[in-house]
Design a binder for this molecule. Structure first.
Ligand code: ARG
Length: 574
């Protein structure tokens, strides 16, 4: 995916013409790419096409770039001027007229794109396990998945979100045994998840030195799998209690799913999947178990185990059934799985098996690193347990409240509390999404709640500031604002950055990395402040004021829309 501003698209075609005028036949499907310059001192947009073409043809890249630039400047200098830098980069400087035209409503808008025959994308994320609380390990999947679903819907794709919860498996044998021996209705009513965790832990630990108890757990699991009505009812109860806890967490995070088809949904299909894979010659028996073997070098010595020798199915079997179901039932073109990088091998094996099986879905594992504590080790409580998500959000909110008590002592207390809830949760979300997902990062309360830097408070503060300009201006939002050609360099900086909104979203979609959007908003907030400091808005003469108010409006709309795509709520005061 590339930029969609019609003016930039038009420039690409002209660049193509310039390249062909230099005697090069363009053999690629897409016209040459034009990307925002990483360093704005060099220009507004950059193309590396002269370098790639020169390489393909064994020509001198710098010379070719000079020829292309000269042709461009001779024909299209009214639109942009081109200079050559380094080994052959073409740097485009848009004229102010072009910039202004590119920002007119017929070229530039925040509205979601309309795509004909959009691809159907299944987004698989969050996916916690039943009978356990959601903890810090679920944050990244939940937030990344949610943001990507918003970005891809905005890009015009047909997105189906599916929470693949772990609601089936060996843990239920232990949980049932724990319940039968130790279960307390009062405790279950008071704190269902805590009690389920306690019962599971009890059965697990007791089983370590009591083989009879272990056998019990195995039998209870078998009974459940065979449809025993008491165990089925217990399982349904456990699952229901977990689902309500998940739902309240998702409610607090403002996240929702189109489907929650957990592992249990696929259980009836697993036998058929293994038979089918055997029949198709994709899987084979190996020492009593069933495996898929691969020729590919990377996976040669890593067979995919899909049925154990005791007949039990695995996570892998469920995922194969899920993939097939998504391809057939939802007619999915693509599936993105948002889980941590430790599952990378599982997904390589899964996709390689699907390919041999002839299921044609383009699947991708959107992996991410871990959240670390200050000691650079995975974030844990002092007792060494994973930190629970609700406790983490509570702490964020109480820290946000303490900050607001200091900054906004004037606000009524219930207003402060409501603001703190939004600010605290936004800060946790933003600080996570602002990280390059491939990397581990250190969780830092002070950084995420700071009003300076690449943080939610900083970005939201810019938005709040613009809202207050509008309140002071006394103009209604239906007022017609007219953008003019930039008069001041800070205006131009802001206008160019607004223009690059589409490029940013395209980059987020292409690499599945929302942190580019965070950085864009952080930068936008900074450019807005710089603009506002050097360019009076309300005190300017009427035409200039109209133009500057239009810039304020576009900046505010962009901040709001951008926050929305990250799953953040904007606030009017702070
Ligand atoms: N429940 C799994 C876990 O907690 C994640 C599931 C991810 N999705 C999938 N289709 N495998 O690790």
């Amino acid at each position: 995916m590339d930029t969609m501003n019609p003016l930039i698209e038009e420039m690409k075609l002209k660049l193509l013409e310039a390249i062909e005028a230099a005697g090069i036949s363009w053999e690629e499907k897409q016209p040459p790419a034009l990307r925002p310059c990483g360093d704005r001192r060099f220009g507004d947009y950059q193309a590396n096409a002269a370098m790639t073409q020169a390489k393909r043809l064994g020509r001198n890249p710098r010379e070719l770039a000079e020829t292309v630039a000269a042709w461009w400047n001779e024909h299209h200098a009214a639109q942009a001027t081109v200079s050559v830098a380094g080994p052959g980069f073409l740097n485009f400087l848009l004229t102010n007229e072009t910039l202004l035209r590119a920002l007119q409503p017929n070229c530039w808008s925040h509205l979601p794109k309309k795509v004909e025959n959009p691809p159907v994308l299944i987004l698989d994320y969050s996916s916690p396990n039943v009978a356990k609380s959601m903890h810090v390990g679920h944050i990244r999947s939940t937030l990344l998945g949610d943001s990507l679903s918003r970005v891809m819907r905005h890009a015009g794709w047909q997105v189906i979100t599916d929470n693949h919860i772990g609601d089936w498996g060996t843990q239920f044998g232990k949980l049932i045994v724990g319940y039968l021996h130790q279960g307390s209705e009062e405790r279950l009513a008071a704190n269902p998840i805590g009690e389920m965790e306690r019962l599971y832990k009890w059965a697990h630990e007791a089983g370590e030195h009591d083989p009879a108890l272990q056998e019990c757990a195995r039998l209870e699991l078998k009974k459940l799998q065979d449809g025993d009505s008491r165990n089925k009812a217990l399982w349904e109860r456990f699952r229901g209690m977990s689902q309500s806890a998940f739902d309240s967490m998702y409610g607090r995070l403002n996240i929702s799913f189109d489907y929650t088809l957990g592992e249990s949904f696929y259980h009836p299909m697993l036998g058929g999947v293994v038979d089918d894979l055997m029949r198709a010659g994709v899987a084979s028996e190996s020492e009593g178990a069933t495996c898929v073997f691969f020729d590919d070098k990377m996976l040669q010595d890593k067979p995919f185990l899909i049925r154990k020798s005791d007949g039990a199915f695995l996570y892998s079997t469920t995922d194969l059934a899920t993939l097939k179901y998504r391809a057939n039932h939802f007619k999915a073109d693509k599936i993105w799985y948002v889980t941590d990088l430790r599952q990378a091998l599982h997904f390589q094996q899964l996709f390689a098996t699907a390919k041999k099986w002839g299921v044609s879905v383009e699947s991708e594992h959107i992996g991410f690193g871990s959240i670390l504590g200050q000691d650079k080790r995975p974030l844990k409580t002092r007792e060494g347990d994973p930190i629970k998500l609700d406790a983490l959000l509570d702490e964020a909110v109480s820290r946000a409240l303490a900050i607001l008590e200091e900054r906004r002592a004037d606000l009524p207390s219930d207003e402060k509390k409501a603001l703190a809830e939004v600010l605290g949760i936004n800060s946790v979300k933003y600080s996570d999404l602002a990280q390059n997902r491939h990397l581990d990062y250190v969780f830092d309360w002070n950084k995420m709640l700071a009003f300076d830097g690449n943080t939610a408070p900083y970005v939201l503060n810019a938005y709040v500031r613009i809202q207050s300009i509008f309140r002071k201006s006394g103009e209604s939002s239906s007022e017609k604002y007219e953008l003019a050609s930039p008069q001041h360099p800070r205006e131009r900086d802001l206008m160019l950055h607004l223009l690059q909104w589409d490029d940013t979203l395209a980059q987020v979609a292409e690499e599945k990395r929302p942190h580019y959007l965070c950085f864009y908003l952080f930068y936008l907030a900074g450019l807005f402040h710089a603009f506002f400091e050097s360019c009076p808005v309300l005190k300017s003469e009427p035409a200039l004021k109209r133009h500057r108010l239009a810039l304020c409006r576009m900046a505010a709309d962009t901040l709001r829309e951008g926050c929305g795509l990250l799953g953040l709520q904007t606030i009017e005061k702070m």
